[in-house]
Design a binder for this molecule. Structure first.
Ligand code: ATP
Length: 258
């Protein structure tokens, strides 16, 4: 994070966030500030509470306690759609794409463009515009696919991530949360996804990343948040930390939590 970002007021602020599932305490009293343009990695061992925390930020789960603010205003996300409308998009590992539908149909799923009314009762999809816009989103991500009518099932894993990110861009998301974006990918595809995230950052987007891959975290993140037993116990710039340092920090958190 730059000094400017550190001094600016946060884009998203969490205060005292807790999440229980019945008797299970998944997240405890987490304060977190996310600033515009930073890439924040959320790390921790299995069961540390990472997914539960991002589910609260993405509107998939309501917090049991605590408050959230966006740009200094209180927000309450009742659903993922609600979070999207506030500018927070989440891309889960399954990417939520429809494999048989085209790239353009996936980018515009749920927010299709229609042509101006010809007749008051007739709303026609503007396929040409959706194709053109989809190509624009993908080229912004430096992904060169010509045919926007190609079904998503014929794309590589990295290209699919690019389609999912394009959908988030289509919603004008300020914050893109990515859950283990490289987990199922090989070396080449992982490199493509890391480049996508760098391109997002260069375009001024804010990325929150859950990752178990410490090399990815060191390569991408400005800041790392480490969780253990539902608590945030590290929140610091990545400067100077190696992948091994991060692994040790996670293990020391586990030892403390045990
Ligand atoms: N829907 C649920 N119902 C009950 N308990 C849950 C639920 N979701 C998560 N938990 C529990 O909450 C705790 C935190 O889980 P969470 O999935 O948030 O951790 P995580 O850090 O994302 O783990 P992983 O890296 O394995 O995905 C765990 O003890 C988990 O079993």
């Amino acid at each position: 994070m730059t000094d400017v970002a550190a001094n600016a007021s946060p884009l998203l602020s969490l205060r005292g966030i807790g999440k229980n599932y019945g008797p299970v305490v998944a997240v405890r009293d987490v304060d977190l500030d996310i600033h515009t343009g930073e890439v924040v990695a959320i790390c921790g061992d299995n069961g540390a509470g990472k997914s539960s925390l991002i589910k609260v930020m993405s509107g998939a789960e309501e917090p049991t306690s605590g408050t959230m603010q966006m740009r200094g205003k209180d927000v309450h996300f009742a659903s993922p759609h609600d979070a999207l409308e506030h500018g927070v998009a989440t891309i889960y590992q399954d990417l939520a794409l429809a494999p048989r539908l085209s790239i353009a149909q996936n980018v515009f799923m749920g927010s299709e463009l229609t042509r101006p009314f010809v007749l008051p009762f007739l709303r026609l999809l503007d396929k040409a515009k959706m194709i053109e816009e989809s190509r624009r989103y993908l080229s912004k991500l430096s992904v060169a696919i010509q045919d926007m009518t190609r079904p998503v099932e014929r794309l590589s894993g990295g290209q699919r991530q690019a389609v999912a990110i394009s959908r988030a861009l289509r919603w004008n998301a300020d914050i893109i949360i990515m859950d283990e974006p490289t987990a199922a990918l090989g070396v080449k595809e992982t490199a493509l996804v890391l480049d996508l995230i760098r391109t997002l950052k260069a375009g001024g987007h804010t990325v929150i990343l859950i990752s178990h891959n410490m090399r990815d975290v060191v390569a991408l993140a400005d800041r790392v948040v480490i969780m253990g037993a539902g608590r945030k116990f590290v929140d610091r710039p990545i400067d100077g930390l190696t992948a091994d340092d991060l692994t040790h920090l996670i293990m020391s958190g586990n030892a403390r939590a045990a």
